[in-house]
Design a protein around this ligand. Structure first.
Ligand code: OSB
Ligand code: MG
Length: 368
């Protein structure tokens, strides 16, 4: 396939409710959508770069710059056998995986549409439906938190993740565990702790969490080895893992027992598959993380989650948890059992709503 045209759009989408983590609060998403013309077929991708450099160094501005000035010039007009070739072509660009993933995932959508198969099938996914959990942001009060947990369980979600930060940790976990003794519960610290907090993190063992996600430094795999030796709760790495080699190293040295895979963090479907395979070979389960995506990113997460080693519920949820109105048709829906059916239509299997996308677009650049 040959890439003829790239359309970059920045959409402004207001979240139904603010989402707060240890690194900050998001109310308005700025989302880069990529529309890639491959032999006249449009593939769609989304950059998960944030508004701020607090989860990762990438931001909307850096992703736009890297996509326009470095990613596009490398792939423009090139004849490729498959979308699986895109990631290696982009290797000269160090890092910037969220920018790369936006284009790479769009290429996969285009290829699946050209071949008239669902993206999940092209990726060699084996599941017909995926299991869903939810990520609940920091709440004003514990009462609010318990209310949110109630709501999500009533909707059918299979596991609950709560965000924690220093000063809002043990009390939250204790309260949720006391109210819901058998709940599949986990906590995500988004790198808010250090090894000086081992005693506190060890105290979490009493609450039988499925895992604690990314307790220590975003770029510090090694300190997690020390922590994992001290605590019984399995550590799941998020921020630390950017490629399959880091996953292999983290597993080998004992830094984690579970890995969260995000397409943006690792650079797209090909890279995600490699991380998935390394984990599978080492009997480490994976699950799909979320980045407050619009329907386009959500659809890619669903396709990726169909791979066999995505054996734990992911942070992949219904459109209506985040948006009054999503930009895809149909919207993503979750069953009363907390599952999403892999769509049967070609490509990502959800159609972009062009009129709605146009009305949310604040900046657009067409590159040929
Ligand atoms: O750490 O998983 C995270 C959102 C933004 C940045 C980082 C994270 C998150 C979430 C939200 O937890 C998951 C979702 O999209 O539902
Ligand atoms: Mg996380």
């Amino acid at each position: 396939m040959r890439f003829r045209k790239l359309t970059l759009r920045e959409l402004h989408m207001r979240l139904l409710a603010p989402f707060e983590t240890s690194f900050g609060k998001t109310e308005m998403r700025r989302i880069i959508l990529v529309e890639l013309d491959a032999d006249g077929v449009s593939g769609w991708g989304e950059s998960t770069a944030g508004e701020t450099p607090f989860y990762s160094y990438e931001t909307v501005e850096t992703a736009w710059h890297i996509l326009r000035d470095y990613v596009w010039p490398i792939v423009r007009g090139r004849e490729l056998a498959s979308a699986s070739d895109v990631f290696d072509l982009l290797a000269p660009i160090r890092g910037h995986n969220m920018a790369k993933a936006a284009l790479e995932t769009a290429a996969w959508d285009a290829e699946a549409k050209q071949k008239a198969v669902p993206l999940a099938r092209l990726l060699k996914g084996t599941r017909e439906e995926i299991s869903c959990g939810v990520s609940i942001g920091l709440q004003p009060t514990i009462k609010d938190l318990l209310g949110k947990v109630d709501t999500e369980l009533a909707a059918g979600y299979q596991r609950i993740k709560i965000k924690i930060k220093p000063g809002a940790d043990l009390d939250l976990v204790r309260a949720v565990r006391e109210r819901f003794p058998r709940l599949r519960l986990m906590a995500d610290a988004n790198s808010a702790y250090t090894l000086a907090d081992v005693r506190l993190l060890k105290a979490l063992d009493a609450f039988h969490l499925m895992m604690i996600e990314q307790p220590l430094g975003w770029d510090d795999i090694f300190s997690h080895v020390t922590l994992q030796r001290e605590i019984e709760t399995p550590i799941c790495l998020d921020e630390c893992i950017h490629d399959a080699d880091q996953a292999q190293a983290a597993i080998e040295i004992g830094a984690c027992r579970i890995i969260n895979i995000k397409l943006g963090r690792v650079g797209g479907h090909t890279a995600a598959r490699k991380v998935h395979d390394v984990c599978q070979a080492n009997a480490i389960p994976v699950w799909c993380g979320g980045m407050l995506e619009s329907g386009i990113g959500r659809a890619h997460n669903i396709a990726m989650s169909s791979l066999p080693n995505f054996s734990l519920p992911g942070d992949v949820t219904a459109s209506r948890r985040y948006w009054a109105e999503d930009i895809i048709e149909p919207e993503v829906e979750v069953s009363r059992q907390g599952t999403i059916k892999i769509p049967a239509a070609a490509g990502i299997g959800y159609a972009p709503r062009l009129d709605r996308i146009a009305s949310l677009t604040s900046r657009c650049e067409v590159l040929e």
